[in-house]
Design a protein around this ligand. Structure first.
Ligand code: PHE
Length: 344
């Protein structure tokens, strides 16, 4: 039996030398070393030998099994390497093929306009200050000089929550109060910030009005800020946004939290002021509400209005995007229709 074992061993070694593919190698392994393989069976029949031969036979059979296992592993590695080399040679992996492009998302038109605004205002020294979307009635109205039951509250249709006094902000102006109280050092520090964010109004949704939209508020507080500073700052902004030659005009208006108040128009950049459908043949486009911060509001922010003054403005990024890209219906903005979003 020992002789038979040695013969099998030599045969197995000779065979494996000839093997060049994974399939034959697997067959070889099953044939010799598998559960019913010939070497395995030899080992199993050790018990049938006369007792004095068992030990030396078993020892030798185990040694052979180890040898063949090692031979198998070495061959397996060789076959794998050869297969890879062959694949590369035959060009099954064409490393010159272009990769598959992955679709990437884009930025929402509102985000694009907001980022443009951040960049321009940063250039002019205004930092971003984030204020909350969920406000209290006091900060959204009363502290901005709009007392309860004052008819001016009609200017903002409000979403109320089930918690009394808690509302969704109708504009970013309550952020003025937060910024002054937070950054003002009890009315001792100047401030120059922009406050971007979503606003909410309980309004009929139409092509021209949505129940949610962004505003970008601006606030500057200092010891000698005058209306000429407001006009100059807004004009510098408009020139950066709409071109160095865009004309700007200020119209008297009313907001309870600014005095005096104004609305800002920029010469229609589509028709150059000649009149077109976008500017409704007026030649001007409204871009912001603005004014000098009301003394009452300064006081509510912790400032002494006899020493400090400031200006504020509020602009609508969606309105600006609509004008820039000639979007005719504001409802497109939050419908998440890819046919719309993919155009920007
Ligand atoms: N908050 C005002 C609005 O929503 C805009 C505004 C901001 C006006 C700041 C003046 C100063 O209509």
């Amino acid at each position: 039996m020992l002789e038979q074992l040695e013969q099998l061993y030599q045969q197995a070694l000779a065979e494996i030398e000839q093997i060049t593919d994974a399939e034959s190698l697997r067959a070889w392994e099953i044939g010799y070393l598998g559960k019913k393989g010939s070497i395995t069976q030899m080992l199993r029949s050790t018990g049938q030998l006369p007792p004095e031969q068992r030990a030396s036979f078993g020892k030798r059979a185990n040694q052979i099994k180890l040898d063949l296992t090692a031979a198998y592993e070495a061959r397996e590695k060789l076959v794998r390497e050869q297969a890879l080399a062959r694949d590369l040679e035959e060009g099954q992996v064409d490393v010159t093929l272009p990769g598959r492009a992955r679709p990437t998302g884009g930025l929402h038109p509102s985000t694009q306009i907001l980022r443009q605004l951040y960049a321009i205002w940063a250039e002019m020294g205004f930092q971003v200050y984030r204020s909350r979307d969920v406000e209290d009635d006091d900060t959204n109205f009363t502290l901005l000089n709009i007392p309860p039951h004052h008819p001016a509250r009609d200017m903002w249709d409000t979403f109320y929550t089930t918690t009394p006094g808690v509302i969704l902000r109708t504009h970013t102006s309550p952020g003025q109060i937060h910024a002054m109280r937070d950054l003002g050092g009890n009315g001792t520090q100047p401030i120059r910030v922009i406050l971007p964010g979503m606003c909410y109004r309980y309004e009929q949704v139409t092509a021209r009005s949505e129940m949610q939209f962004h505003q970008l508020e601006g606030l500057a507080i200092g010891r000698s800020i005058r209306m000429s500073d407001l006009k100059g700052t807004i004009t510098a902004f408009a020139h950066r946004m709409y071109g160095a030659h865009a004309a700007v005009r200020f119209r008297a208006s009313y907001f309870p939290f600014t005095e005096p108040s104004m609305e800002v128009d920029v010469e229609c950049f589509l028709c150059g002021g000649k009149g077109c459908r976008v500017c409704k043949y007026a030649g001007w486009l409204e871009i912001a509400g603005a004014g000098m911060v009301h003394p009452e509001v300064l006081r509510n922010g912790g400032y002494d209005p006899t020493v400090w003054s400031g200006f504020a403005f509020g602009m609508g990024p969606e309105r600006m995007a609509m004008l820039k890209y000639r979007i005719s219906d504001i409802r497109y903005f939050w419908q998440n229709d890819l046919r719309f979003l993919e155009q920007f």
